[in-house]
Design a protein around this ligand. Structure first.
Ligand SMILES: [Zn+2]
Length: 491
């Protein structure tokens, strides 16, 4: 400060310097006061992301109804039931009497199956309830699968009504297995109310609310096991899907979406759920990576377009102050989840997780030590928050399954050096129009003002392809929008 003062020779400059310092000092206590204001969307430390906001008149009344039908009370009942199995350790399948016991993972998976069947009976058998069962072999001395172990994924299919589009699949998942401090412990409590009773609850609650309606495309409600041992259940399911040629266009993985509320924690934000999405696709080939590098496509994987879609759904419908917070990263540091199993097979997949985790309530034996309560207990789960996450998932699934197919074979014509941009694509089933969007290469999302609508399957735009990123999506007569597809260069 002294040095600065001596450097400022001009007296007017000096005055303005001291005025600036005084203003900064005045602002400091205000900034501190801001931090302790009650949690509202307005108090968020960062502005909301810009996105391609869809016109409000395009709200689908069926989807508004689905959002209303999600119930925090039922979400709580579902999670309480899951916790009632004591432990849902994947390895508890080996416990003596596991097949008939009221405790352990076999009891849990049987109940989930019966719950999907009950939901199906309430919609005239609209759901096909299935299991995917296999034996996982230990892969080495350090594998958390310590002996050959039967793993079962439980899922329900709401088949699409349009034969031309029923092969398009959107999927929601959570892992129903849990663990405590020890991987090998299969008898002591491992309540897993948040990790991942909350995500399993979201998948089941989505099935309940969404199955009251029908959609042209197919929706799958999945719950998997073996997540805590190494994503075993989801890996098997995603590989099966790939081998059988399932056209999964989007996966919503919900893992730790309980909105943890530890008494005294003032930094949780119950208006935010984080949505993680990969940049460079996990399944990208060397040729893919060369193309991504050449066109600056690092921020436009199909998973990222899925994340942007979720944000648009969050803006179109009324979720109160609740909103998705997009994180452009595959997952948190040192952590992974079931969406990665789908990414590995080349599917677009994202992860929902609460804004702020409490690690004392994950993978811990239930105990109190030095005044700290450890364990993944129901009392730390916020069921209004779980319901909000379920609403956003359900609205996203219903929007995607209602939407026309995304345009295919989308190409930017780059045969000649020219300063305009010609984009072409093939007609998509269900589409009545297409929207071409563009954004600056430095922007995070496509702003609403950059949009050209057409009923043709090509455009010629004056903006140079060298300066912006283009995307194309399909629209139907009711205003349902597909995922955005990024054109590939065609020479
Ligand atoms: Zn988990």
């Amino acid at each position: 400060m002294l040095l600065l003062n001596s450097l400022i020779k001009d007296s007017r400059l000096r005055i303005s310097f001291f005025v600036s310092i005084a203003l900064l000092m005045l602002a400091a206590p205000f900034a501190v006061a801001q931090k302790h204001k009650p949690k509202t969307r307005a108090a968020a430390p960062e502005p909301a992301e810009k996105s391609s906001a869809w016109p409000k008149q395009d709200r689908d009344p069926a989807i508004t109804q689905i959002i209303k039908d999600v119930s925090p009370q039922r979400a709580q009942q579902t999670d309480e039931k899951l916790v009632s199995f004591g432990t849902r350790s994947t390895l508890s399948v080996h416990n003596p009497g596991a097949a008939t016991s009221s405790q352990g993972i076999v009891a849990a998976r049987n109940w989930i199956k019966s719950e999907f069947e009950r939901i199906s009976s309430e919609c005239n058998g609209c759901l096909e309830v299935k299991t995917d069962t296999f034996i996982e072999q230990p892969k080495g001395p350090k594998d958390r699968i310590i002996q050959p172990t039967e793993i079962q994924n439980v899922y329900a299919i709401l088949k699409g009504t349009d034969p031309a589009q029923a092969n398009r699949i959107y999927l929601v998942t959570g892992h129903y297995d849990s663990r405590n401090s020890s991987n090998e412990n299969t008898t002591d409590p491992a309540p897993g109310a948040n990790d991942d009773g909350s995500g399993t609850t979201v998948s089941i609650e989505c099935a309940r609310a969404v199955s009251k309606h029908r959609f042209p495309a197919t929706i799958i409600f999945l719950t998997v096991a073996g997540e805590e041992q190494g994503l075993n259940g989801s890996t098997h399911f995603a590989k099966m899907a790939k081998e059988q040629g399932w056209q999964i266009e989007g996966v919503l993985n919900n893992d730790i979406v309980g909105g943890n509320r530890t008494p005294g924690d003032t930094l949780q934000n119950d208006n935010w759920v984080r949505v993680f999405s990969e940049g460079i696709p996990t399944a990208a080939t060397e040729a893919d990576i060369r193309r991504i590098r050449a066109i600056g496509g690092e921020n436009d994987s199909p998973s990222r377009e899925l994340a942007r879609y979720i944000h648009s759904v969050g803006e179109l419908y009324d979720f109160g102050a609740f909103t998705p917070k997009l994180i452009f990263r595959r997952d948190r540091y040192l952590r992974g989840g079931d969406h990665i199993s789908f990414n590995e097979q080349g599917y677009a997949a994202v992860r929902f997780t609460e804004y702020r985790e409490d690690f004392n309530h994950q993978h811990q034996n239930v105990r109190t030590e030095n005044g700290i309560e450890y364990g993944d207990l129901l009392k730390f789960v916020d069921f209004d928050y779980v319901a909000n996450v379920a609403r956003l998932n359900a609205a996203t699934l219903a929007s995607l399954a209602s939407s026309p197919a995304p345009p295919s074979d989308v190409h930017l014509l780059t045969k000649r050096l020219e300063n305009d941009s010609k984009i072409e694509w093939k007609p998509a089933p269900g589409a009545t129009a297409y929207e071409v969007l563009w954004r600056k290469t430095t922007d995070a999302d496509f702003p609403e003002e950059n949009l050209q609508r057409t009923t043709e399957t090509k455009v010629d735009l004056p903006d140079s392809k060298d300066n912006v990123i283009f995307g194309v999506r399909s629209v139907d007569a009711k205003g349902h929008r597909s995922l955005i597809v990024i054109p590939e260069p065609e020479r």
